[in-house]
Design a binder for this molecule. Sequence first.
Ligand code: NCD
Length: 313
Amino acid sequence: MTLRGRDLISVRDLSREEIEEVLASARKMIPYAEGTKVMHPLANKIVAMAFFEPSTRTRLSFESAVQRLGGTCVTIADASVTSMRKGESLHDTIRMLSSYADAIVIRHPSEGSARLAARASDRPVVNAGDGAGQHPTQTLLDLATMQEAFGTLSGLKVVLLGDLKFGRTVHSLAQALALFGCEVVLSSPPSLALPDQARRRLRQSGARVTDEEDVRRAMKDADVLYVTRIQKERFGDLAEYEKVAGSYRIDAALLQDAKPRLIVMHPLPRAGEIAPDVDGTTHAAYFRQSFLAVPVRMALLDAILGGPRRGAG
Ligand code: NCD
């Protein structure tokens, strides 16, 4: 694996082959993520979690991944208790953290912050979400979920539904789907459409992309319905948010028209976009998706940082 010592800021930092290697390694990590097998390639490694924005799954699955691999974490879970309150810059905070840890995982509300952090750090930096920018490790676990369900990624028809303007998970995922030759259907209220630059990039990479605002029509023949939350916190004007709030909702009745094998995914948290009555259907893949965060992040950290295997296989 060629990821050793490298940063991961955008999905574009990875080739298709590198993504495939992480996914293959993640599959093998599942029993280690469940705790039924043990190995410690991160023994003596410290990973810093620098989270300047709310997080449940991303931070805890990263911390779980580090500890399952025998490493330890130092964590900023709330910027308000750090010296940034005293005016310390992100640059200085990260530079200092890079002398306390072997790698840094960062989440921050500003687009471009993870790239800035990577420049400030002489240790590998992993982007766990930079504003409305990118969320590449979420994409890896999204791909792992699709691959587990269908045995392959190529040729899948994937609907990206919801906030395609501010949603960093879909910005990253769309690029990866293009790499794997998927068909992408963009379904959003017009004011939350995928930004032009992202759309151009998709077209340039040869992806088959169509727009269909109506979710019922978008879902026709789809393999994956990837639902996202409207990113309320990114709206400058809350009145604009109110105009689109509640504009789409997936429930079990709607899914009766879907392909029997369609999977419904969501990076979570959900805020009303998927009704609880979907949870009990065979379509619901979002809780499996959130579990796969652990083996996928283990595979990634092992590739970037891992030493020799220790512990029982
Ligand atoms: C997403 C995020 O933070 O971008 N959550 C996550 O990482 N699982 C999606 C969201 O907050 O809507």
